[in-house]
Write a protein that binds this ligand. Structure first.
Ligand code: ADP
Ligand code: MG
Length: 723
């Protein structure tokens, strides 16, 4: 629906439209339409509605006083400051300013009557306020609390306040909830009557002074309930819309079955008729876990339908996602179509390539390898094989989605560590099937399990398969948090592992990125460890090798180092986070993470997942340092604690969400603006449940309301939520 522009640009005589600094600042905040301004809600409020006499003040009160300035002077001790004394007839208060302009000094001249607002301290030795807000006395007191809005540099609160007021007055705020909803939802939220959107917004921009500020700041006030319900409903509607749009798309059916499985039909499909699938299963050196079997059946069912699969395969590190991908690929190849697998790093892609080659080449499958830095000739050959259809499987990095890559008949695209790819990259892969308007099936894999509430909201248009069981025979990893001053003991432990023929990872946070950060970089650590381990031997009698791997090394050098570690020739691998995803060396039994306090929780968990892959007991040492601080920050402590307390990827993910909030969790999938601003997925589960039930009803029975609701809340952003 059309929305009038919140702030009309001025047209210069030349005809060029020039934006004012205010407009630019508002746009920076994403405030383009009236409704955007109306939905720009205060961070907090200040109470200017009353004046408190100093003889009624208590230590630490936030209050407003009014009185005459009796002294105003600049003092230079202990540092330059403006000291102003105000007398309100009951007592005096000293105002201190460390930064001040001559204009402020003038406004605070002796004899002037002013109002000052701030926290009062030190009643016993005389009241003081540090950097209070102030203005000339006089004029009516406002009747509502003063909102303080989130803003950007160059946009003052009064200017922003005026813009928001105007936007709120102009915005179209008619109800978009279906008739009757107000009752169903209020029964969900403890039978409080639900406010209308207009009521809620008017109140939140200008709350009356009697409101409990706590219910405003913790978003439990009925006005907030309304806004959170609105926001969650918009999100659910947009996800449902994209899900339905996808259901209208076509995809090749990858099956030998004549009958299509229907959506919602839960009959498992075993792709028994498919020769490659059957043969690969028979030749695997292990039996699939029950979870892998279930997930394979879910994927096979989707592939048998003429609608593109859009499935996220989540499973903890080491849960065995690769073999599921390989089996999905055989279904695709069996039915005469091409399959592509894309991974975010060259090391990871190559590891997939080797693994898949070792499984599928003996079965007669032709696989092509594509990466950014392969030789021109090799690349030309790969491209030709892909275009002719000779290559049945293509494995590679981002190179797979480049324009030059023309598939003969791509029907299944598998993306490993999908959160590392952006929306545009996934879309590019979807567009690689040029065949009668069809789209390929997509299987996205992730080792960062998505907490249930997040899956329900952000990934509601995805089907999720979960491998919730590790292959048998793994021994649990012991995790220890060790202060950096005990490095020597850690080195001793490494010696022990080496002498037993085991291998060790040592991970450093970054490489020469910033000297200011003063992190021990991988190069230095490598030198130090090499010296410390000089003369150590592996059981065969050879000298133990310490290798170095970091992101700035040329690709072939990286490859050589990785190969040496994989083949067991290298005892210790010092590395930056390039090994973060997917590396599989079962003989590695010790992981040391240096400056563990600098890593994110799911990153730590993924790194730890590199050990404990074989049957021997493994350990993870989280080395931390506090720098100049006496102790670790709260967040870093929470992360390290979580690492010691749990190994369960889902629990880790849940705590990570707690610590970081969904913004960072979702990474490149969502930009900040598409995030939930008001609702909290952990706390507002009741409203989320309501919105999930409500969205299909609204879309089916009141499509006009639904469309208006999504436009109001998401504007142009809903497209973005679809990829
Ligand atoms: P991830 O899910 O982290 O990608 P991988 O696919 O790399 O895990 O599997 C980890 C290791 O477990 C590999 O060495 C793989 O061959 C092995 N594996 C996978 N499934 C099973 C199973 N059912 N039984 C035993 N080992 C398995
Ligand atoms: Mg993997």
């Amino acid at each position: 629906m059309p929305q009038s522009s919140a702030h009309s640009p001025t047209t210069k005589p030349s005809g060029k439209v020039e934006k004012s600094p205010t407009q630019k600042a508002l746009e920076k905040l994403g405030l383009k339409r009236d409704i955007d301004l109306a939905l720009h809600l205060p961070l907090r409020y200040e109470d200017e509605t009353r004046i408190t006499k100093l003889d009624e003040a208590r230590e630490g009160d936030h209050l407003q006083i009014e009185g005459a300035v009796t002294a105003c002077e600049v003092s230079y001790r202990p540092r330059r400051q403006l000291i102003v004394t105000v007398n309100d007839g009951t007592d005096t208060c000293t105002l201190r300013f460390f930064n001040f302009y001559p204009s402020q000094q003038k406004a605070l001249a002796v004899g002037n009557r002013i109002r000052a607002r701030g926290e009062v301290k030190g009643g016993f030795i005389g009241w003081t306020m540090l950097h209070p807000a102030f203005r000339a006395a006089g004029g009516d007191l406002p009747t509502a609390l003063t909102p303080i809005y989130p803003t950007v540099a160059g946009l003052s609160q009064p200017v922003l306040r005026k813009a928001v007021q105007a936007g709120l007055a102009r915005a179209e705020l008619s109800d978009t909830f279906a008739p009757g909803d107000l009752d169903t939802i209020s029964s969900h939220i403890g039978h409080q009557p639900l406010w209308t959107l207009r009521q809620a917004l008017s109140f939140l921009h200008h709350p009356t002074p009697d409101v409990s500020l706590e219910t405003l700041s913790d978003h439990s006030h009925p006005a907030w309930q309304r806004l959170k319900a609105e926001e969650l409903l918009a999100q659910q509607l947009s996800q449902l819309q994209s899900r339905r749009e996808r259901a209208r798309l076509r995809a090749p059916r990858l099956t030998m079955l004549a009958d299509e499985p229907q959506e919602g039909d839960s009959e498992p499909i075993t792709p028994v008729l498919l020769p490659l699938y059957t043969e690969l299963l028979a030749k695997l050196p292990f039996a699939l876990t029950a979870a892998q079997q279930r997930v394979c059946a879910e994927v096979a069912r989707d592939l048998a339908r003429p609608v593109p699969m859009h499935r996220l395969l989540q499973g903890d590190v080491g849960s065995g996602k690769t073999v599921v991908a390989a089996l999905a690929a055989t279904i695709c190849i069996d039915t005469g179509w091409q399959c592509a697998l894309m991974a975010p790093t060259e090391i990871l892609a190559e590891q997939h390539f080797r693994k898949l080659l070792s499984w599928l080449e003996p079965l007669g499958v032709t696989t092509a390898w594509l990466t950014g830095n392969q030789k021109a000739k090799e690349r030309r050959e790969a491209l030709a094989m892909i275009e002719s259809g000779e290559a049945q499987l293509v494995v590679g990095t981002h190179a797979v989605i480049q324009d030059k890559v023309h598939f003969n008949n791509l029907a299944l695209a598998i993306i490993d560590e999908q959160h590392r790819f952006g929306v545009a990259q996934r879309l590019a892969l979807r567009n690689k099937l040029q065949h009668d308007g069809m789209e390929p099936h997509m299987l996205m894999m992730t080792a960062t399990p998505i907490p249930r509430t997040l899956a329900m909201s952000y990934y509601a248009d995805l089907d999720v398969s979960t491998i919730d069981e590790l292959p048998p025979g793994r021994t649990p990893i012991i995790t220890k948090v060790v202060h950096d001053s005990r490095r020597d003991e850690v080195v001793e432990r490494i010696r022990g592992q080496i002498s037993q023929g085991r291998q060790v990872y040592w991970v450093c946070p970054l490489i020469e990125e910033s000297e200011a950060l003063d992190l021990t970089n991988a190069t230095e650590t490598h030198a130090g460890l090499s010296a410390a381990l000089q003369g150590e031997c592996v059981p065969g009698g050879e000298a133990a090798q310490v290798g170095l791997l970091h992101s700035r090394m040329p690709a072939d050098q990286k490859k050589a180092v990785m190969a040496a570690f994989k083949d067991g020739h290298m005892a210790v691998l010092v590395s930056t986070t390039v090994i973060e995803v997917g590396v599989d060396v079962p003989n590695a039994s010790l992981m040391v993470i240096e400056h563990a306090e600098r890593f994110g929780l799911s990153q730590l968990h993924q790194l730890r997942g590199r050990v404990g892959r074989g049957s021997s007991a493994s350990a993870c040492v989280l080395l931390y340092s506090t720098g100049d601080a006496p102790r670790l920050g709260e967040i870093a402590r929470a992360r390290l604690k979580a690492m010691v307390e749990t190994h369960d990827g889902f629990e880790i993910a849940r705590r990570d969400l707690d610590i970081r909030g969904p913004g960072e969790f979702l990474g490149s999938r969502q930009s900040g603006e598409a995030m939930l601003r008001f609702a909290d997925l952990n706390r507002d589960t009741v409203l989320l449940d309501w919105a999930r039930r409500e969205a299909p009803m609204l879309l089916d029975q009141h499509p006009v309301l639904a469309a208006r609701h999504v436009a109001r809340w998401l504007g142009g952003k809903s497209e973005f939520l679809k990829a």
